[in-house]
Design a protein around this ligand. Structure first.
Ligand code: FO1
Length: 320
């Protein structure tokens, strides 16, 4: 499909964004797709450096993701977790035997002096991923959930507490001193980017951390390329994850319109297009009133063809 060789930057968190990234990777030429990934979910666990969103994206692009669980590798076994459980060890965060190799490899590579971008590039190469995968920053940023029960580190809220505590807000520890991914900033300033796609990931805990790395959203806004966001909310529901629940708890209706309003207020002038699902067509005029162009198409990605169709639709918006 790709006639041009300009770069497409996709910004993503975990599952939903990884699906659209796979559709884009299927359509674009090698070297054309750059994916900028949230690392606010990263954490240290049992001595390992774990990057859940980076790994979900890498495994998805490699065709090896565990689609049933939504994280980890397909065909996984759990011998280490079973043995750990016998030792009364920490098993709330489940690391499959094969997935563990990724965390061991990453932890050792970081300890040997490679930075997170280099480690991610090497992992992508080993997994046969052609797209360039960029962590949003090399620096530690950790999402903290302000909840009714006090502050919770993200994985404790998400996995250990199954997203049950009501949320009051979010905080990205370390973000003030985080430096934006250098390769992406260079692409943006070199004028070689043809479109920026904000994938249908959670606006608060997947997209916000990326955009709030100092300098990042202004660099996206300053580049000439159009910025297109795909709504993670369809007919009042998040396809996966707690986005809709979070919106309700924050006192915002769980609608695609509210997501567009949120992006519009937080990042004025950033969005050129907002893509909504057919089932939300009734919201189009209210979104246009925010001075954002609206595009309507099926956005639920169950099959590989769904992913490619949505990717094609988004690319056609920018004449690709
Ligand atoms: N999510 C879970 O709900 N339970 C788990 O035990 C779990 C383990 C896990 C291990 C490695 C990994 O890369 C991701 C893992 N996830 C697990 C998913 C992950 O915590 C979340 O999906 C993301 O952080 C949210 O985007």
């Amino acid at each position: 499909m790709a006639e041009s060789t300009g770069h497409i930057i996709a910004i993503t968190g975990g599952v939903g964004g990884a699906k659209l990234s796979l559709g884009l990777a299927d359509l674009l030429a090698d070297g054309q797709l750059d994916v900028l990934v949230n690392t606010g979910d990263d954490f240290g666990h049992m001595g390992l450096h774990i990057c859940p969103d980076v790994d979900t994206l890498l495994y998805t692009l490699a065709g090896r993701s565990n689609t049933k669980l939504g994280w980890g590798l397909e065909g996984e076994s759990w011998n280490v977790m079973d043995a750990l459980s016998e030792l009364s060890g920490d098993t709330w965060f489940r690391l499959g035997d094969k997935d563990l190799a990724t965390h061991l490899w990453r932890t050792q590579a970081l300890a040997s002096g490679l930075n997170l971008a280099e480690v991610t590039t090497a992992l992508a190469r080993h997994l046969g991923v052609a797209a360039k995968v960029h962590p949003m920053t090399q620096d530690p940023v950790r999402t903290i959930v302000h909840s009714e029960e006090g502050d919770l580190p993200f994985q404790h809220y998400f996995v250990r507490r199954h997203c049950e505590p009501q949320v009051r807000g979010f905080f990205f520890e370390g973000i003030e001193s985080a430096r934006p991914n250098e390769a992406v900033i260079q692409l943006l300033s070199a004028g070689v980017v043809e479109a920026v796609i904000i994938c249908p990931s959670n606006p608060f805990v997947s997209i916000d951390p990326v955009l709030q790395v100092p300098g990042m959203w202004r660099a996206l806004q300053a580049c000439a390329a159009p910025v297109i966001a795909v709504s993670p909310i369809v007919a009042g529901h998040a396809i996966k994850g707690p986005a809709a629940k979070m919106m309700r708890e924050l006192g915002v209706p769980a609608t695609a319109l509210a997501v567009a309003q949120y992006y519009g207020q937080r990042y004025p002038g950033l969005l050129d297009y907002f893509v909504i699902d057919d089932s939300d067509a009734i919201l189009a005029d209210s979104i246009r009133a925010l001075d954002i162009n609206v595009a309507i198409t099926p956005t639920i990605m169950r099959t590989r063809k769904d992913k490619q169709d949505l990717a094609r639709f988004v690319l056609q918006l920018v004449g690709q």
